[in-house]
Design a protein around this ligand. Structure first.
Ligand code: SAM
Length: 287
């Protein structure tokens, strides 16, 4: 076992949960206070580059595919024919890249409040930004809450909320008024998907509230899909999908099985498995 007291560690402490996650880092590549948050980029010893916002791990080169694929492909293979997609947040552009792998998508608008996150991603994580110059991509830097409020009713097929935790500028992205605006902007068979934190830590708090708020906003079905994400608290994360009138538990499994693009985690069986509800979550969510 390798041990070095000389080594520098980036450590994110989850005080309330009494846990911490650490990565050995070899270099700090960037730091700045943006208008909205404190942005850092590190070189780690074993996880590639690491992006941090306000002390919270956003992504590493090594494992971001798990999150980005699960934030996009289940929603896009659930919608019958996704053409118009909006990503709220997502400034690292990894979700945008996955969305634009779907040849039927005609336009994907990404609205992140902080231009510096995309700047840092283009500089330090260029592989995530492969699709930034796709003619179907539109990158806007604005408050996602206001953007959705002003979106034309029924203009979107899929909205992906790829946000930071529900504090600071992202707090309003976990709120019933915002979900109401999302429902208005979506077509009736549209799909909303939100990163919904850790099943182990947040099933009966944040995830339960997301379900209640989405229902209160007029979404008839919602369903939480857990997936692994080693660099987030507990290593186990989730997204929650909802639809005003469509199903979120049935998906285009034939299309998923015959997908025309490469993924590293997502496939039709992973999608099916992610729809299974762990026993404790049935209790927490009253399913
Ligand atoms: N995967 C990450 C996670 O779960 O921790 C999220 C990554 S993505 C970088 C989160 C983005 O949400 C950030 O770039 C942040 O600027 C953006 N964001 C936070 N609040 C926002 C808002 N109100 N409107 C638009 N973007 C917002």
């Amino acid at each position: 076992m390798m041990k070095s007291s000389q080594e520098n560690w980036f450590t994110e402490v989850f005080g309330n949960e009494g846990t911490a996650f650490g990565l050995a880092v070899t270099e700090k590549l960037h730091q700045e206070q943006t208008r909205y948050q404190y942005l850092e980029v590190y070189q780690t010893r074993t996880f590639g580059k690491l992006m941090v916002l306000d002390g919270c791990v956003m992504l590493t080169e090594r494992d971001n595919f798990l999150y980005h694929e699960m934030m996009s492909h289940p929603a896009l293979f659930t919608h019958p024919e996704p053409r118009r997609v909006a990503i709220i947040g997502g400034g690292d552009c990894g979700t945008l890249r996955e969305v634009l792998k779907h040849p039927g998508v005609e336009k994907c608008t990404q609205i992140d409040i902080d231009e510096r996150v995309t700047w840092a991603s283009e500089k330090w994580f260029p592989e995530l930004c492969d699709a930034n110059h796709d003619p179907r991509a539109e990158l806007l830097f604005d408050d996602g809450i206001a953007w959705v409020r002003n979106a034309a009713p029924g203009s979107l097929d899929v909205i992906i909320i790829d946000s930071t935790d529900p504090v600071g500028p992202a707090e309003g992205l976990f709120a019933v008024d915002f979900y109401k605006d999302c429902r208005k902007a979506l077509k009736p068979e549209g799909i909303l998907v939100q990163q919904s934190e850790s099943p182990l830590l947040h099933a009966d708090t944040i995830i339960k509230k997301i379900h209640q708020d989405m229902k209160a906003a007029g979404f008839q079905q919602c369903h939480t899909l857990p997936f692994p994400q080693p660099v987030y608290p507990t290593g186990w994360w989730s997204c929650t999908m909802a639809s005003p009138q469509g199903s979120v538990t049935r998906f285009r499994d034939d299309d998923s099985a015959a997908k025309s693009f490469a993924t590293r985690y997502y496939n039709v069986d992973i999608h099916r498995g992610a729809l299974a509800v762990p026993e404790f979550m049935k209790v927490a969510l009253g399913k």
